[in-house]
Design a protein around this ligand. Structure first.
Ligand code: RTP
Ligand code: MG
Length: 137
């Protein structure tokens, strides 16, 4: 079934100049980029985006990190793209994310409070709708 997902290249990915490589992996997999922009996220956007993590110990460092520089926001389309992009991204922790994935190949631990793990991808159709509405209002 054709779906849409929200992908973010997080500030660490943009800062390290990995945007092109990350988008190339999405395209090489066969998914279609249907919206794309470089944005400096406001605190308001980030609090909405990470609503489910409010109150967790990593929430503040996460919002701070995500606002520390521009991010690239994209809407990506394809059959089962929500699951497919999360598979391309690899697990949350870049040190142990499998090689072959974005996080596993390009990420690592930097000894900081929050996992700098290069990308975000929506985790369900409901999250995708909600998140696309936040970033592409
Ligand atoms: P994402 O939402 O960014 O695609 O990542 P995810 O599903 O793999 O991870 P999630 O549990 O939703 O956490 C959101 C983001 O918060 C940061 N995080 N840091 N203990 C930590 O240091 C920690 N735990 C989570 C990561 O940037 C993670 O992607
Ligand atoms: Mg998540």
């Amino acid at each position: 079934m054709t779906e849409r997902t929200l992908v973010l290249v997080k500030p660490d990915g943009v800062e390290r100049g990995l945007t092109g490589q990350i988008l190339a992996r999405i395209e090489a997999k066969g998914y279609k980029i249907v919206e794309l922009k470089l944005v400096q996220a406001t605190r308001d956007i980030l609090e909405k985006h990470y609503e489910e993590h409010q109150g967790k110990p990593f929430f503040e460092p996460l919002v701070e990190f995500m606002g520390s520089g521009p991010v690239v926001a994209a809407v990506v389309e394809g059959n089962r793209v929500i699951e497919g992009f999360r598979s391309l991204a690899g697990s949350t922790e870049p040190t142990t994310a499998p090689p072959g994935t974005i996080r596993g190949d390009l990420g690592r631990d930097w000894g900081e409070k929050v996992q700098k793990n290069l990308v975000h991808g929506s985790d369900s159709p409901e999250s995708a709708d909600r998140e696309i509405g936040i970033w592409f209002a």
